[in-house]
Every structure is written in structure tokens, then in C-alpha cells.
Design a protein around this ligand. Structure first.
Ligand code: ARG
Length: 713
């Protein structure tokens, strides 16, 4: 009897009580929620020094890079650092067979050599404000989800407008806790961003996909960019007259390194977590969605890899797409494994059991929350077949480049005559961008592989019409069908698309409408469009339930400290430098060194090559001021902060707010933490900032960049 109570208590404890390290906190609420806790863990800063809207504070040094990553200012002249894998798209875009910056790296030895990055933006947070009462005033569950959404949208727009009228700022109201709270973010967005430096892949992506999501890690995952402003220090479109932006705050860089148990915090823009899902949702992810996505991407990557190995041109064209697809491919595989190991479904069921026990003892709660869990069950049961089809569709049919590209021409057909000229300009730019990174031979192989996967795995009743054509007209010969489409369609040829666009007028619409790839795209997208409404009914119902469940969890299980799921807004997480026991008898140390890079060196593998210069520096121990007390160059370390995708490039700060590292990954044992955080297994993988400095100074010899920075001992 005693034993069972003990076990029940343990389960309760581990699933409800938050580890100090769990959570991604809203910077404007640190004073109220976290300051005491942080200082207890060793933080020497006040909440006010971290986030303040009236004077400069740490938050001013943090930026969102290109909408999906984080970066941090490290000089008074607009210089910032982010990850190599965040700058990768830009490094790739500027690369060609003649200027292969992926392979060789890129360093602007003076500001004139920096490369402009059209379309890339950098956003700083000016202020954050709780606008929940303004948004939700008078709204309850008696109105439909669609109505609710439209009221919230309209109120949000109004608040955004009022908060930025007469300024050059932009603003967004964002939902937190699944629509239970709303916050306004006023932002300043810069559009002239230039590439300053990037190490070769053999440093910046060392270990490649083999080491990705893994600890121990030896990747110098950083790149450098600079923000430019007009002469009044305001955001402006690119101009050669622009000057380096002077931000209110930039981070001093510590040369001291970190020790085990040191307090550290991460400031950045985590993208998406879902920590409060019901067990049915976890089951759907673990058993249906993730396995489908992993299977389809395994096939996609194999097709791409084959061609990338054969041709430098194809390798450069597909490098960035490949990295993106493979990154999530591996993440989902790790997520399945992690959820299985952690018994994720059961952990959620335990929480639900406690929830229901408490709810059923309280008549008021019973009335309000009594059916949430059974409604979830019903809704997920109905959703699962649709989800399965849509997962297959998005990872197979929608992965074929020619189909997506052809479909984008529908908007050209629909363009009103008075808007045609402008539309054509945009289409021409889109066409250039598409073909710059496109190889039709590769896409043709993918076409066959993807359609087969869909055909073999999805119920016939869920096949778009073109599958009937393949069966009847082509006797199921996918190669023959592909041959025909790619030969007849204009969308596989840059020359044909560009001549269509150059001489385009409304009467040419029939060229598009009769194109076989376009017809196929219409059949595919039309089909998914037709199941969209039923799918939306279910996802709307689930959104409502998730909102109610989130609210109810806080009421019914109040002993837990709740933090909002990540939603690409600025957050702070904190923890300590810490190793972990990853498997039975396997203890991981908290840092790696250059010695480990040399240990992993394999000149026959594209992922583990070491540049000769780096090897020489290692042999001669030419480490300058960047070696640790132990005489070694430290490459990376791990800490217990809670981070996720979007935190890539985030500043990792010591107790005094100095920059000690740049976050760049999570570990394999902790990949499931977006859905189920487990403090004993989850670690943020962080580039030791001294390794970046060593590479910039000693490897690239770009010493004037280091001079711009503020180094502290
Ligand atoms: N796992 C890292 C992240 O999601 C990205 C690492 C990119 N590297 C690679 N080899 N694909 O932030």
C-alpha cells in the first residue's frame, strides 16, 4: 500500500512539477514570475536589466533573423552573429560553381566586400504588452470558432495599428496559451542586411547530418552579418549610402568560458512547442504523422542525394533544400524514439487521470470541464484518417517541385488586367529564383518516387483523379507518365517559362491551362481543397478543446508553473551548464574540444573533412587568447535550458549577461522535448563563443572583425 502511494506520488511529481530549467518565459513577465528563481540559480542581473522598454537592456541586443532564427548584436557597428545553418540559405544563394562559399567559406575583409541579402530582414522587439482583456472582452464559447477568430483578428489589427501609428515600427498581436491570453509585440524591422563572414562547411557544418541533433558535437555553427540603416539610424531598403546600424545594446563577449553548473540563459525566438497536448494528440504524432513524414523524406533525400553526389552544380542547387528537409527528417525520427522511450502517451494519460479525478469531485468543474477529455477522444478519432492523408500529401505530392511551381501560375490566370504588369514582374522574379535551384532530371525521379509512395499507402478513395489516368492510360507505368509530363510541360524548362512570361497577355492563359503539369496540379490541389472544409471543422473543434483544456489545467492542477508554448515570440530560458546520462552506462561530459574535431577527421567523408589550415593551427597549438585554462580550444558545450527550433543562433549568456555561446541544436535524447520535456535528458547544444572567435581570428585572419567586438576577461 505504501509503495503504491509512493509510486503514484512520484509519477505525479515528475509529470507536474517543473524542473527549474523547463520553460520559455515572456521577457516582460520575468520580474513577476522568474527573477527570484533566476537569482537563486546564480543570475547576477535584475529582471530590469534584461528587459526594459525605457532604457537599453539585454533584449535590445537580440534579433529575429530572416523570420526563423535568432541572432545577437556583437558590435557597435551593426555586426551580429547567428548560426551557420541559419545563414546557410544566404551562403548558398551567393554560391556558384566558381564562387563556392559553401565549400570554401566567405570573409569580407572590409565593409565594401560584404554581400547584400535581398529579402532578408532583421527584427528587434521594442516592447511587449499584455492585451488579453482588450482582445477577449465579451467573448465566450457561445460563439463559433470562426466568428471568434474574426473578432479577435479585427481587434488585433486595430491594436497593431494604434500602437504603431506615426512611427516606423510594425506590430503583431499573438495568441498565448491557445487563445487564453494575447500579447502585443511592437517591433523594428531592418531590410538592409549584408553577409560578412561564414566558415567553410567543413567547420560550419562539420559532422553534417550524421552529427546533426547529436551530442557530442564539434560544429563551428556560426555566420556573421551586418545590419544597415539610413543616415538617421532608421530602417531603410538597401542603398550603397546606408550606414552600419547603431543599436542601443550589443553583447560583450566573455573569454572566460563556462564551468559545470554555471548559470546560463538563452534569449531568442523559439518557434513551436506543444507541451499541453492530450494523449490522443501525442499518439497521432508518434504513431501516424511522424512515421509518414520520416518514410516519405527518407525517399526524397535518397533521390536528391544520388544526383547531388554526381554533380557539383546539383549539389550547390539542392544544398539548402536538402539540409532543411533532412533536418526535420532526423528530428521526427528522434521524436518517435524519444516519445517511445519516455512512454509519452502514458505520461499524458496519467495527467489526464489526475485531472479527471479532481474534476469529478468538484460539481462546478464537472459541469465546465467534465467532457473535454472525452470530446478530445472523439475529435482525434475522426481527425486521424484525414491527418494521415494530408501528411502523405504534403510530404509526397506537394514535395514535387514542378507541381507546386505549375500551381503557382494559377494566380497569374486569375490576375485582373490592371494588375497584370506588376504581377508579371513578381512572376519573373519567382521564375528566376525557382530555376536557380532547380534540376528537372532530379525532380522527374522524385516525381516517380513520391507518387508511388502516395499510391501505395493511401486508401484509393483518397486518390486525386490523375491516379486513374496513370492506371488507365499508362498501365501504372509511373516512369512513362513522368516522361510525358516533363517532356510536354513548359514548367520543366526555364526557357519556355521565361518566354511565356515575356510575351504574356491574358489570351496566353490557355498555354497554362492546357499544360500537363498544371492540369495535374489542379487535380491534386483541387482534391485537397475539397477535403479542406471537413478537416477544418475538426481542427476548429480541437482548437476550442485545447483552449478549454489549457485553461482548465491551470485551474485544476494549479501547483504546476505554466509557461506558454513557443510561438516565434521573444522568450528567455535559463538553466545551467550540465552533462547527462544518455543511456545505461553512458555519461556525457558538458564540453567538446578541437581535439575531438581531429579525432573525428575523415578525409574520405564529405561530412568529416577538416580544412588543412585548421589542422595546422591545431598541430602548432596556435590558439591565441581563445584557449581554455586547460590549454585546449573548446568547441561546444551543453546546458539544461529549454529551447527549440527558432532558438538557433540565440545568445547564451553568463550570470552577468556576457555572451559565452551561441545555441545551435538540441541533443538526440531530448528531441521529444517539444512535446514532452524531460529535464534529465534534454540539453541545448551551444557553440563556445571562443571557438567562433578563434576561427574568425586565426583561421580566417579577419582580425578587424574581432577588433569591433568588446571582449571581456
Ligand atoms: N538541428 C539543427 C536545428 O534544427 C540544425 C542543424 C543543421 N545542420 C545540418 N547538418 N542539417 O536547429
Amino acid at each position: 500500500m505504501k509503495k503504491t502511494i509512493c509510486i503514484a506520488f512520484l509519477i505525479l511529481n515528475s509529470s507536474f512539477l517543473i524542473f527549474a530549467e523547463e520553460g520559455m518565459w515572456i521577457p516582460s513577465l520575468l520580474k513577476a514570475l522568474n527573477e527570484t528563481d533566476m537569482q537563486k540559480l546564480g543570475c547576477k542581473l535584475s529582471a530590469d536589466e534584461i528587459y526594459n522598454i525605457n532604457k537599453s537592456s539585454l533584449k535590445d541586443g537580440v534579433l529575429q533573423f530572416a523570420g526563423g532564427c535568432t541572432g545577437e548584436m556583437i558590435s557597435a557597428e551593426g555586426l551580429f552573429i547567428t548560426n551557420h545553418h541559419c545563414g546557410y540559405g544566404q551562403i548558398q544563394a551567393h554560391s556558384s560553381v566558381d564562387h563556392d562559399y559553401l565549400t570554401n567559406g566567405f570573409w569580407a575583409m572590409n565593409k565594401k566586400d560584404e554581400l547584400t541579402c535581398p529579402g532578408i530582414t532583421v527584427t528587434f522587439i521594442v516592447r511587449i504588452e499584455d492585451v488579453t482583456s482588450k482582445i477577449l472582452d465579451g467573448i465566450d464559447n457561445s460563439i463559433s470558432e470562426t466568428k471568434r477568430d474574426s473578432i479577435i483578428m479585427a481587434r488585433g489589427k486595430k491594436i497593431e495599428k494604434e500602437s504603431t501609428d506615426g512611427t516606423h515600427y510594425n506590430a503583431r498581436v499573438k495568441s498565448f496559451f491557445y487563445g487564453n491570453e494575447f500579447y502585443l509585440f511592437v517591433m523594428e524591422t531592418f531590410k538592409d542586411v549584408r553577409m560578412v563572414g561564414a566558415p567553410p562547411e567543413s567547420i560550419g557544418k562539420f559532422g553534417g547530418d550524421t552529427d546533426n541533433w547529436m551530442w557530442p558535437r564539434h560544429t563551428g555553427d556560426f555566420s556573421l552579418f551586418r545590419v544597415y540603416a539610413d543616415k538617421d539610424n532608421n530602417p531603410a531598403d538597401y542603398s550603397p549610402d546606408n550606414v552600419p546600424f547603431k543599436q542601443r545594446y550589443f553583447f560583450p563577449i566573455s573569454l572566460k568560458g563556462v564551468q559545470e553548473n554555471d548559470f546560463t540563459m538563452v534569449f531568442g525566438f523559439p518557434g513551436r512547442t506543444t507541451e499541453y497536448l492530450p494523449s490522443e494528440a501525442v499518439e497521432l504524432i508518434q504513431k501516424v504523422s511522424d512515421p509518414i513524414k520520416v518514410k516519405a523524406r527518407t525517399a526524397r533525400l535518397a533521390v536528391w542525394e544520388e544526383d547531388m553526389k554526381k554533380s557539383t552544380e546539383v549539389r550547390i542547387k539542392y544544398a539548402s533544400k536538402y539540409a532543411g528537409v533532412s533536418n526535420y527528417h532526423k528530428k521526427w525520427a528522434g521524436e518517435i524514439r524519444g516519445l517511445e522511450r519516455a512512454d509519452g502517451i502514458k505520461v499524458k494519460q496519467e495527467i489526464e487521470k489526475t485531472f479527471m479525478e479532481r474534476v469529478s469531485k468538484n460539481p462546478e468543474w464537472s459541469k465546465k470541464y467534465g467532457t473535454i477529455l472525452s470530446d478530445f477522444e472523439t475529435a482525434y478519432k475522426k481527425l486521424t484518417p484525414y491527418q494521415k492523408v494530408l501528411d502523405y500529401y504534403s510530404e509526397t505530392i506537394n514535395a514535387i517541385e514542378i507541381i507546386k511551381f505549375a500551381n503557382s501560375y494559377r494566380s497569374l490566370i486569375d490576375t485582373k488586367p490592371e494588375e497584370l504588369a506588376k504581377k508579371l514582374e513578381a512572376m519573373k522574379a519567382g521564375e528566376k529564383a525557382f530555376f536557380k535551384d532547380y534540376n528537372s532530371g532530379t525532380d522527374k525521379k522524385l516525381f516517380v518516387a513520391m507518387l508511388k509512395i502516395y499510391y501505395e499507402n493511401v486508401d484509393k478513395s483518397m486518390h486525386p483523379d490523375f491516379f486513374k489516368t496513370i492506371e488507365s492510360k499508362y498501365k501504372g507505368d509511373y516512369e512513362k507518365y513522368a516522361e510525358k509530363i516533363f517532356k510536354k510541360s513548359i514548367f520543366s524548362s526555364e526557357g519556355k517559362v521565361s518566354s511565356l512570361l515575356n510575351g504574356y497577355s491574358a489570351d496566353k492563359a490557355k498555354v497554362i491551362k492546357n499544360d500537363p503539369a498544371y492540369i495535374l496540379a489542379q487535380s491534386a490541389f483541387g482534391f485537397y481543397g475539397s477535403i479542406g472544409p471537413q478537416y477544418s471543422v475538426l481542427t476548429n473543434e480541437i482548437s476550442r478543446l485545447q483552449r478549454d483544456y489549457m485553461y482548465a489545467l491551470k485551474v485544476v492542477i494549479p501547483e504546476k508553473k505554466y509557461y506558454p508554448d513557443a510561438n516565434s515570440t521573444l522568450r528567455l530560458s535559463y538553466g545551467k551548464v550540465d552533462g547527462y546520462e544518455g543511456r545505461d552506462a553512458v555519461e556525457f561530459n558538458y564540453y567538446t574540444t578541437l581535439d575531438g574535431v581531429i579525432e573525428k577527421e575523415d578525409s574520405t567523408s564529405s561530412e568529416f573533412k577538416v580544412p588543412k589550415k585548421l589542422h595546422d593551427l591545431y598541430e602548432k597549438k596556435e590558439y591565441g587568447q581563445y584557449a581554455d585554462k586547460d590549454g585546449k580550444v573548446h568547441v561546444a558545450f551543453i546546458a539544461s535550458q529549454h529551447i527549440t527550433g527558432g532558438n538557433s543562433g540565440s545568445p547564451v549568456l553568463d550570470a552577468s549577461g556576457n555572451l559565452v555561446g551561441v545555441a545551435f541544436d538540441s541533443n538526440w535524447e531530448g528531441v521529444q522535448s517539444d512535446i514532452m520535456y524531460d529535464g534529465s535528458q534534454v540539453r541545448a547544444i551551444i557553440l563556445d563563443i571562443r571557438y567562433a572567435l578563434f576561427v574568425i581570428d586565426k583561421f580566417a585572419g579577419d582580425t578587424q572583425l574581432v577588433k569591433e567586438m568588446k571582449l571581456v576577461q
